[in-house]
Structures are given as C-alpha cells and as structure tokens.
Design a protein around this ligand. Structure first.
Ligand code: E4P
Length: 219
C-alpha cells in the first residue's frame, strides 16, 4: 500500500520524503494556490524531492479540448506525473483518449461506486474517492471504499483506489482496513498517525530501568 502526502508544501514534502514513508504527493489547485509563486516551479521542486514518487497535478481548464491539451502539457513535466481530472461525464471522451495515449490519470472528486466503475472501465491509473467531503454531507465514504474494493476485485480492474479527503487518523485506519491501494493524507494526519502515548511511555520506562544497571558503555 502506498501513502501520498496531500499538500504542495515543499518543506513538509522534504521532511516526509526523508522518512521513506511517502510514495508520492497529491496536489490540487487549492494546495498550489496556498503556496503562492509559480506553480510549475513548486511542482518541479516536488519532483526533485521525490524523483521516483508519483506526483498528481490537477487540470485547471474547463472545456474538454482545453483540458485534454493541458493534461498533455502537465504529463510532459515528467514520467512520474499523474494528471488529475475531475470525474464528470463531459470529460469521459478525453479521459478515454488520454488513457489510450498512456497518460497516467488520477480521476478526482469521485463520490459514488458507479463513478468508480465507469473510471475503472476506462482504465485510469487511480480513482480518488473523497471520504471527508462525503462525511460532510453525512454519507458513509468508508463503506463506499469497501464497495469499490469489492467491485475492483470482482471484475479484476487494474485501476488503483486512492482514498482522498481523509480528515482523521481514524479515516486513515479505516481506509487501510478497506484494502485501498493508496491513501493520501495531510501532514497533520501523518504526524498524528506516527504517535502513540504508550510508545513514549515505554521508552521512558526502559530508560529508567536501564539506568539502574549503572553501566557506562553498552555493548
Ligand atoms: C486529493 O487528491 C485531494 O487533494 C484532497 O484529498 C482533498 O481533500 P479535502 O476534501 O480535505 O479538500
């Protein structure tokens, strides 16, 4: 299973790339806008930090032909780039075309099992079901992840399930339990997920007991 960082903040990506835990990054227009400056430079900095990681970059155009042209330009930034395209019907023809042209796509803003099936049929690299935004409208995104996983395995689709919009460590836990291929998480969630109070407490206890031996060098 892969873990992606859901941010465009280069310093955070640097910190987490050094840990070996993250396999890629999902940016979006909101993340890039928050960082300011030239978004192409930010994307290139991220690519340099994770030369073999998977970096998602979202289209900003609206009209299908313009989305297609922009997707090609984004994909040309590097071999490890995935182009994020929103899951709407008007883009189905260009999604099909881009897949045929071997452009790696991460279909974003996925909210139903059926949208997931349609995108899997088109052979995209990833679908991104948005769990937190479903929770915002009192819908159970985690159950949907299980349904998508069942659909994927039943029909043998190769499209990866990328759990997105995860808002809590519990969401991450449940996404892992659902057997997703990737979970993308904020640095805040990742930070919290590394910790357990008993780990710190255990270290302290071992340290106190060790000191009772009174030896200076070991081994
Ligand atoms: C994923 O690719 C998206 O960037 C992200 O998970 C959206 O999360 P949000 O609903 O918290 O904005």
């Amino acid at each position: 299973m892969k873990i992606f960082l859901d941010t465009a903040k280069v310093s955070d990506i640097k910190k987490w790339s050094d840990t070996g835990i993250i396999d890629g990054v999902t940016t979006n227009p909101s993340h890039l806008s928050k960082e300011g400056g030239d978004p192409v430079k930010v994307i290139k900095d991220i690519m340099n930090l994770l030369p073999s990681g998977e970096i998602s970059v979202e289209v900003t155009e609206k009209e299908p032909q313009a989305v297609y042209d922009q997707a090609k330009k984004i994909a040309a930034l590097g071999p490890n780039i995935l182009v994020k395209i929103p899951c709407t019907e008007e883009y189905y023809p260009i999604i099909q075309k881009l897949v045929a042209e071997q452009v790696k796509l991460n279909i974003t803003l996925v909210f139903t099992l059926i949208q997931s099936l349609f995108m899997s049929k088109l052979g995209v690299t990833y679908i991104s079901p948005f769990i937190g935004r479903l929770a915002d409208i009192d819908e159970d995104g985690i159950s949907m992840l299980h349904e998508i996983k069942y659909m994927k395995d039943s029909y043998g689709f190769s499209t990866g399930i990328l759990a997105a919009s995860l808002r809590t460590v519990e969401h991450l836990h449940e996404a892992i339990e659902a057997g997703v291929d990737v979970a993308t998480v904020s640095t805040d969630i990742l930070e919290k997920a590394t910790k357990h109070p008993l780990t710190k407490q255990g270290i302290k206890q071992f340290d106190e007991d060790w000191k009772k031996l009174g030896i200076k060098q070991f081994p």
